[in-house]
Design a protein around this ligand. Structure first.
Ligand SMILES: Nc1ncnc2c1ncn2[C@@H]1O[C@H](COP(=O)(O)OP(=O)(O)O)[C@@H](O)[C@H]1O
Ligand SMILES: [Mg+2]
Length: 253
């Protein structure tokens, strides 16, 4: 199962992605990939010294070497850098979970093909297409890390929304973009739902995008995140993510 979580900042991507990783990890190995510039997946997954992990995209020397680029010089780079040893060399492992902190694509977005962005795209493509583990990506509000091959290899993009027009508009943008690049399925998860009206609102505003599950607002979780700095212990959300996992698995079988 290869899945990407995306959505507007603050909707709960990292929270839901980390809990999804934990749910999946009960069954076997999971590759968790943090592609958020404001990365906190490591912390949510309980990796110690999370803030000290250097994102791959910032490993300039390593990337230049692999890409065959001389520092500071404008030059062509390799289209197929050696990459297959990277996941094991630059990841951390905790039980069944292997974490890679990728970092955000550099300024200029998908169009900017500096060596770092090209390297990261190559690496993600490798992870999606060549590795056997289940894979969960925590992304930004877009699909900048995806090339066409990666998009086609990814089973599901899960767009997290909350009861707000802004977050739903972001999901719609993602949905359009995803279709353009060949992602098979985009589903929405409604998070932080407090009332029936919230759920109805989300459903109505999403239009054609399928709402696969709604997750209630969890006061305890928010408190924990605020005061203890992580938010992975939530029975409610775990149950929701378990349900989503089963639905997605069924679709794949
Ligand atoms: N279901 C929920 N109920 C209450 N708070 C939530 C819920 N989901 C996420 N949060 C809180 O919302 C904030 C943003 O969540 P986060 O996962 O970091 O969002 P994102 O990764 O999309 O920016 C965090 O403080 C988190 O604890
Ligand atoms: Mg996040």
């Amino acid at each position: 199962m290869k899945i990407a979580f995306t959505g507007k900042g603050g909707v709960g991507k990292t929270t839901l992605a980390s809990i999804f990783v934990n749910v999946l990890s009960k069954e076997g190995e999971v590759l968790a990939i943090d592609c958020d510039p404001d990365s906190n997946l490591a912390r949510n997954l309980g990796f110690g010294d999370a803030e000290k992990i250097k994102p791959i995209v910032k490993m300039e020397d390593m990337i230049n070497k692999r890409m065959g680029v001389e520092k500071g010089k404008k030059s062509f780079y390799k289209l197929n850098p050696k990459i297959d040893d990277i996941p094991d060399k630059f990841s951390r492992t905790n039980g069944n979970v292997k974490l890679i902190v990728m970092g955000a694509v550099k300024e200029g977005g998908a169009g900017c093909m500096c060596p770092e962005n090209a390297f990261v795209k190559n690496l993600i493509s490798h992870l999606v297409l060549k590795r056997d583990e289940n894979l969960v990506m925590d992304m930004e509000a877009g699909l900048e890390h995806f090339g066409r091959g990666t998009a086609e290899g990814c089973n599901f993009v899960l767009a997290v929304v909350e009861p707000s027009l802004n977050s739903i508009q972001t999901a719609k943008n993602v949905n359009e973009l995803a279709k353009d690049i060949g992602v098979k399925k985009v589903y929405a998860i409604g998070n932080k739902v407090r009332t029936v009206a919230d759920k109805t609102f989300i459903e109505k505003e999403l239009g054609k995008i399928k709402l696969i599950e709604t997750i209630d607002f969890d006061e305890e979780l928010l408190k924990q995140d605020k005061y203890e700095g992580f938010s992975v212990v939530s029975k409610k959300i775990s149950t929701g993510m378990e349900k989503i996992k089963n639905l997605l698995k069924e679709e794949l079988s």
